[in-house]
Design a protein around this ligand. Sequence first.
Ligand code: ANZ
Length: 948
Amino acid sequence: MSETTSAAEPAAPHRYTAALAADIEARWQDFWDADGTYEAPNPTGDLAGDPEVAARPKKFIMDMFPYPSGAGLHVGHPLGYIATDVYARYHRMTGHNVLHTLGFDAFGLPAEQYAVQTGTHPRVSTEANIDNMKAQLRRLGLGHDKRRSFATIDPDYYKWTQWIFLQIFNSWYDEDAKKARPVSELVAQFESGERAVDGGRAWSELSEAERADVLGEYRLAYASDAPVNWCPGLGTVLANEEVTADGRSERGNFPVFKSKLRQWNMRITAYADRLIDDLDALDWPEAIKLQQRNWIGRSEGARVAFQVAGRDEKITVFTTRPDTLFGATYMVLAPEHGLVDTVVPAEWPQGTKDAWTGGARTPADAVAAYRKQAQSKTDVERQTEGKDKTGVFTGAYALNPLTGEQIPVFVADYVLMGYGTGAIMAVPGQDERDWEFATVFDLPIVRTVQPPEGWEGEAYGGQGPAINSANADIDLNGMDVDEAKRTVIAHLTERGIGEGTINFRLRDWLFSRQRYWGEPFPIVYDEAGVAHPLPESMLPLELPEVEDYSPRTFEPDDADTSPETPLSRNEDWVNVELDLGDGVKRYRRETNTMPNWAGSCWYELRYLDPRNSEQLVSAEAEQYWMGPREGQPHGGVDLYVGGAEHAVLHLLYARFWSKVLFDLGHIASNEPFHKLYNQGMIQAFVYRDSRGIAVPATEVEERDGKFYYQGEPVSRVLGKMGKSLKNAVTPDEICAEYGADTLRLYEMAMGPLDVSRPWDTRAVVGQYRLLQRLWRNVIDENTGEVTVVDAEPDEATLRALHKAIDGAGQDMANLRFNTAIAKVTELNNFVTKLPEVPRSVAERMVLLVAPLAPHIAEELWRKLGHSGSVVHEAFPVADPAYLVDEAVTCVVQIKGKVKARLEVPPAISDEELEKVALADPAVVAALGGAGIRKVIVRAPKLVNIVPA
Ligand code: ANZ
């Protein structure tokens, strides 16, 4: 119980207490539900409502939707939800049609893991968690349009996730038009001969399976056999974005291995340029844009083909420094490179240095042994080994196309298969990694850029004139780096052995998982193994009810395992007879499921038109809520609030899906989220005993700045809030003790929204007192009667009121809720000191707090005699006349005689006032050019000048 209702001080019967707050809040939450207060009308369709409301400017305000975990919410989770709710309420009151709702991202690993542990079906536990979370969220008074809420596991929803997959499967990226187009248009190009099939055969000559292979090279969703991230400990493959920098699974921290498996991929790389370029017009934190740019990693350079000496094959490299080609003294292939086996000769060439052979009898042995060694390292380990470069000679030589010299070809793990072409030309004179390698293997070093005076003993990667770079056909010497690059590229292009190119770090998105609890792929395979999309009429393809939904996991470090999908164990579901348009045939279903990112890739669109059974979203609804407009050239959600941890995963995938849907003409917005805002984290103190084990935070006592648990000293550090650290505080507890409005105010008052802040339950009472004073300013605590009077407020009150309206309004519009609350508090304190409160002041104060503390605002508004809800009332408007500070008269004396009177702001500083006084024409005239000995300033009232 809070102190103000303690037994020592018997509460007045109508005081704002936790019990009264609970009563008010429950009543208004019921009212809102029954009334549909937060329902935002669409202009057309089944959610159309009041056309007058739909004609207002719109705001689509969205949170990153939660994963319904079994632990429920702690007070850290709703920080963003409360912020968007205040923002949404403010915009409703300033004449906007506001779409604000919340769904659930409900497929995913935790429910499945819980299912494995407890035997509960993931749907059952997930739905129970959703119900629990909904109740917790409802208690906070969030103004959500509940008609628009859904969970990604609803078959009505994932039908459209599957539908989008089919759109992506059925399209290809036209590099000339720079957009996705339907595969049917590609087929037409092949049929007419407008586009040639690789290998020169006619389309009509190809078998169905061959055609499927050709199209697979183009489709934006395609299956391929490629080295993928296989995580035996989780029993599934993972996307690059789900693997940490040190090669472990983001979830569970298990080792991840490269393993060649047939998997579904999304050709996100086709969009690399647009994903970078379109960031410019988005209103996102710079840090997130930078992370996306780095993840996509655009580098400009060239591809150059090197002839293998004495063979037909060429080795193509990607280099960002084609200008240094004269200094390429050896080459390196990644151990996994397909040409390694082709180029190795049977014997070591004459004169091969011992240090190059790794002690092996033949090049093939050397390469095989080296590969084995490289396999156990992660990409990051391979790149961060510093000076200890390793590798072996393949026995092959290649020709440097500019010097004509034979240069040895090595295999070394500092070159990665997954980047560029997996092969490099090594230029030790300019590249530090190559310098290190050349030093270990005693390879020649030729500088091709003049380093500064005294530069010795290391590679020089900087600017400077080209040197040692000429032959009979081309002379780069003296050119700067950029000019030399352009010149070499032109030369190589002319000779047909190279071209300028842009390379991206981004890889295609690995899209299949070996899990039960995800969207099934709407794909079946015929007897020849050709993949066929299911027709739209067969969607949704629902998950089968199964006995065993556990993934098969393995010893975490056993790389020689391969995944087994839970769906594959259900022969009845897997083997089907279908008529896909050419008669009933037998098919096998795809047994992988989609990654849990799929459902969150497009959910903003479904909020717009959640019950549409014909389309994923109607064109009108999408254009209205998300279409491009002034200042938002790509369209998108007006405000999207969530954690910064989603910088590259969810946000990149969602942008990609939007662009495909946009290209295919399904939506008008080319970007999903126009404005992105990252809220800070609510942190909490973690208390640990002498063994380092966290102890329950609520049972820790503080004495003289030290902390004790059961009498023993414990340490205290700031950390994450959560069950595992025994420091979780639930919103339910705080609501029970003070009410939801107090919790809302406290979370918003803790600090700027984007800054992390420590939770302090003891400080919550401060906001409770604010609401108690607000209540007392309107209601008699003993009688429950309204105490306001119909008198006009005086000048000082009007000034305080309008200043608060102006400041708090601007703060709310700019997501500065902490300072908005400070201004409301200041006004409330001012009003508390008035002998009686004018009704006009009380009413505007209630409107002012309504976005922040909606329940008490509704109640007071009702008690002040209004019949409707405060939610759609107009936010008060500040009168500028009361915003200018009152002026004060300042007397300016010269030798004690008054020479001028100035009107100055009361807060003027001594320095400013002196300047103003000395510049006053009357003062200048009175001084008559005499010098000044001394100026005595007593701001704001007096300036005394003593002339020299
Ligand atoms: C010759 C050269 C000379 C290079 C020089 C750099 C400096 P970014 O900028 O990250 O795109 N490279 C290419 N493919 C590689 C791979 N698969 N594994 C490891 N390294 C690879 O890096 C491009 C540069 O990294 C390329 O340009 C290549 O080395 C190397 F003075 O070529 B460079």
